[in-house]
Ligand binder design. Structure first.
Ligand code: UD1
Ligand code: MG
Length: 459
């Protein structure tokens, strides 16, 4: 196998998106389009992966990381000009170069591999990945001669009326003999409607030199969808979502309403977990088996054990154990760690807090910056008062403690092992182990008070 290089075009602004965010950074199923392309490319063996950046160069680099080589296209003069920016890095090398667009997030490693194999088998100098489109408008069209051989590619805007009826489109993915590519790019001009240097013109140039050009038609048009505007973005989201959901259903996950369930490309889910409608499992979340998720739960970058239920709740950047029950209507904020068999109930907010096994905060609480031991009961309305307007402080509640309803724990403060806090207390000092702490005014009953008042009123 000869050396393989990949060039990914990601320098365009994406005018048609009408967005402050650079086109290739728009997410599809929670992951930027160009990251999808790079992740597929990384599954194959390439000796260099070069990404051409321009608009939003810094953001694209930050997104993709430093395993990749970048070159900057200062001015966006077209896709041919974009590839030419890799000349210094690649032009002298022998091998095959795959060029992909950063705005085709649905392309798969299998299809790229099939294109490469076909290119090698045909011993072509250039092979273009094509597809049949029901509605080809906007795409470059594949013009074939009487013998069915590819002659050239014509852009939609430059196409004649008869060329516009061609339904075989250029997907924007190609294989080239590397040296032939950079040689031909020298001869690409910009005499076209857009005044741009078009990469697809390389096909015609090589063809006219008598070189062998091949076309590999994939039967999956969907995979080659190029996202140029928000309509196509939503379409690719729909297709990607369906692809991901089907994969997990085949792995043994039940999804009650796949059209209304959103799972990121990097999430993982165990067998016999059931996902109810309106749920989003985002980022690199990992869910165990036998869980019940939703309806209407959002889980972002979190780890969830086995047998856990999360209903109508949000869990963000946290770790949740086995057989935990969360919700309905709970909010687990970042850096929380919830251990096995914990219960977090209605209208409870947890932030940067660890909760030991079997502990409970069942109703109406805010627990932030806290270390809660095992078997603790945080009664309805328990609040950690963690913030004095300047700094945040830690609350510790040791194993087996019982915090009565509507108590304030003013941090920094520790409630010792098995201690009791009476309902309605505002705790400012540490409570020793096994103690009962009552911190509220004693009740006074004034007998007959109302009768006396009423008598006065009537006189
Ligand atoms: C391109 C193809 C078209 C094909 C379609 C498939 C050309 C001239 N046309 O059209 O035949 O059917 O893709 O989706 O190639 N880019 C740069 N620098 C530039 C211009 C573009 O890096 O100077 C990048 C963009 O960021 C984008 C990719 O190249 O990721 C494709 O550019 P775009 O403007 O989307 O081309 P299309 O009009 O979609
Ligand atoms: Mg495009």
């Amino acid at each position: 196998m000869s050396n393989r290089f990949a060039v990914i075009l990601a320098a365009g602004q994406g005018t048609r998106m009408k967005s402050k965010l650079y086109k290739v950074l728009h997410p599809v199923c929670g992951k930027p389009m160009v990251q999808h392309v790079v992740d597929q490319v990384k599954q194959l063996q390439f000796s260099d992966i070069v990404v051409i950046v321009g608009h939003g160069a810094e953001q694209v680099r930050t997104q993709l990381g430093d395993e990749i080589t970048y070159t900057v296209q200062e001015e966006q003069l077209g896709t041919g000009h974009a590839v030419l920016q890799a000349e210094q890095l690649l032009a002298t090398k022998k091998g095959v170069t795959v060029v992909l667009c950063g705005d085709t997030p649905l392309v798969t490693a299998e299809t790229i591999e099939a294109l490469l194999s076909y290119h090698e088998q045909e011993k072509a100098l250039a092979t273009v990945l094509t597809a049949h489109a029901e509605d080809p408008s906007g795409y470059g069209r594949i013009v074939r001669n009487g013998n069915g051989h590819v002659e050239r590619i014509v852009e939609h805007k430059d196409a004649s009326d008869s060329e516009k009826t061609i339904q075989e489109i250029n997907t924007g993915t190609y294989c080239f003999d590397n040296q032939a590519l950079f040689k031909a790019l020298q001869n690409v001009g910009n005499q076209n409607v857009q005044g741009e240097y078009y990469l697809p013109d390389v096909i015609e140039i090589l063809k006219n030199e008598g070189e062998k050009i091949a076309a590999y038609q994939t039967d999956s048009f969907e995979e080659t969808l190029g996202v140029n505007d928000r309509v196509a973005l939503a379409e690719s989201e729909r297709i990607m979502k369906e692809r991901i959901n089907k994969k997990w259903m085949r792995e043994g996950v039940s999804i009650i309403d796949p059209s209304n369930t959103y799972i990121s490309a990097d999430a993982k889910i165990g067998q016999d977990t059931i996902i109810y409608p309106g749920s989003m499992i985002m980022g690199s979340s990992i869910l165990g088996s036998d869980c019940i998720i939703g309806p209407h739960s959002e889980i972002i970058d979190s780890k969830v054990g086995d047998g856990t239920t999360i209903k109508q709740s949000v869990v963000h950047q946290s770790s949740i154990g086995n057989d935990v029950s969360i919700g309905p209507f709970a909010h687990i904020r970042p850096l929380s760690s919830i251990e096995d068999e914990v219960r977090v109930g209605n209208f409870v907010e947890i932030k940067k807090t660890s909760m030991g096994q079997r502990s409970k905060a069942s109703h109406l609480s805010y627990i932030g910056d806290a270390e809660i031991g095992a078997d603790v009961n945080l009664g309805c309305g328990s609040i950690t008062v963690n913030y004095d307007g300047v700094n945040k402080y830690l609350t510790k509640v040791e194993d087996g403690a019982f915090i009565g309803c509507n108590s304030n724990l003013i941090a920094p403060v520790t409630v010792g092992k098995n201690a009791y806090v009476a309902a309605g207390s505002t705790i400012t000092d540490d409570v020793p182990e096994e103690a009962l702490s009552v911190a509220r005014a004693r009740q006074v009953n004034k007998e007959g008070y109302v009768t006396k008042i009423n008598k006065k009123k009537n006189n």
